[in-house]
Design a protein around this ligand. Structure first.
Ligand SMILES: C[S@@+](CC[C@H](N)C(=O)[O-])C[C@H]1O[C@@H](n2cnc3c(N)ncnc32)[C@H](O)[C@@H]1O
Length: 268
C-alpha cells in the first residue's frame, strides 16, 4: 500500500480502524513518560491511519470530522489556517477547497497557513512562519490574504505547562486573537473554528462570537483524545463584527481592550 497520498476520494474519520496493541518495552535511558507516549502513539488508530494516508499527523482527522459535520470547506473557499504545523489541517483544507485545482469544473480555493515553526511545503498552500501573537501579525495575514476569507481556523496551542488555569488562559488568548482576525476578514456567511480549553475565558469568547455569528457550538470531534480537555468552538454564518459599542464595558483601567492594532496581543 502506498504511504503517500496525493489525491483520491474525500477521506472521513478514522473510526472503525483495526485496534492494534503494541507493547513498548522500557529501555535504558528512556523516561517512563516517553515509553507511555510511544505506546500510545503506536496503538492509536488515527496515528496509523495518518501514516497510511499520507497526512502529517492525527490532527488532520479532527478538522475532517468537523468539516464532515458542518461542511465549511468547499471548492473555491479561501482559508486561513493558524498554527498549521506540521500541516495536517492544511493538507485537508487544500484537498477540500480544491486549492490545487484537481477537481475539474470546480472553483479553485486558497489556503494560507501560519505557524511559529517552519512548515515543510505543501503543494497548493501558501505557508508563512509567523508568531501570530507578535505586533502587527494580523496585518501581515490580511496583506497575504489581500481580501476576504471564507474560513478562519486555528489549532494554535502553546506548549502545556501542566498548570490548568495557565494553560487555559494561554490557549484562550490564542483563540481570541484568531477570533479578532476572523471578525476582520471573514466574508458574510463565513466560518470560524478554534481550539479552546474549558474555563471562564471560553464562555467570554463564546459570548462575543454569538454576537457576530448565526450559530456557535462547542464540539469535541471523535479524533480529539478523550483524556484531553481540548474542544473546538465552531462559529457558523458570520454576520459581521459586533460593534464595540454593543459590548459590555471592560475593567481594564481605562486603556481599552483592543489598544493599538499593532500592540502585542499577549499584553491585551
Ligand atoms: C496542535 S499544533 C497544530 C497542528 C496542526 N493543526 C496540524 O494539523 O498539523 C499547534 C501549533 O500551534 C502553533 N502555535 C502556537 N502558538 C503560536 C503563535 N503564537 N503563532 C503561530 N503559531 C503558534 C505551534 O507552533 C504548533 O505548531
Amino acid at each position: 500500500m502506498s504511504r503517500r497520498r496525493t489525491k483520491g476520494p474525500r477521506r472521513s474519520s478514522g473510526r472503525g480502524m483495526r485496534e492494534l496493541s503494541v507493547r513498548v518495552k522500557t529501555a535504558r535511558g528512556r523516561k517512563l513518560s516517553s515509553t507511555r507516549w510511544l505506546q500510545r502513539q503506536l496503538n492509536d488508530p488515527y496515528v496509523q491511519r495518518a501514516k497510511a494516508e499520507g497526512y502529517r499527523g492525527r490532527a488532520a482527522y479532527k478538522i475532517m470530522e468537523l468539516d464532515d459535520r458542518f461542511h465549511f470547506l468547499k471548492p473555491g473557499g479561501r482559508v486561513v489556517d493558524l498554527g498549521c504545523a506540521p500541516g495536517g489541517w492544511t493538507q485537508v483544507a487544500v484537498e477540500r477547497v480544491n486549492a490545487r485545482g484537481e477537481k475539474p469544473g470546480r472553483r479553485r480555493g486558497r489556503v494560507i497557513g501560519v505557524d511559529l515553526r517552519e512548515v515543510e511545503s505543501i503543494a497548493g498552500a501558501e505557508l508563512h512562519r509567523l508568531d501570530f501573537m507578535a505586533e502587527g501579525a494580523d496585518e501581515k495575514v490580511r496583506d497575504w490574504l489581500g481580501g476576504k476569507a471564507d474560513v478562519v481556523m486555528s489549532d494554535m496551542a502553546a506548549s502545556a505547562t501542566g498548570h490548568r488555569q495557565t494553560d487555559h488562559l494561554r490557549i484562550m488568548a490564542l483563540a481570541e486573537a484568531a477570533a479578532e482576525l476572523a471578525f476582520d476578514v471573514l466574508e458574510e456567511g463565513g466560518t470560524f473554528v478554534a481550539k479552546v480549553l474549558e474555563g471562564g475565558a471560553q464562555a467570554e469568547l463564546q459570548k462575543r462570537l454569538k454576537r457576530g455569528f448565526a450559530k456557535v457550538l462547542n464540539v469535541k470531534p471523535p479524533a480529539s483524545r478523550a483524556d484531553s480537555a481540548e474542544k473546538y468552538v465552531v462559529a457558523l454564518g458570520f454576520r459581521g463584527a459586533p460593534s464595540r459599542a454593543e459590548e459590555p464595558p471592560q475593567d481594564d483601567g481605562g486603556a481599552g481592550r483592543s489598544g493599538s492594532p499593532t500592540e502585542d496581543k499577549r499584553n491585551r
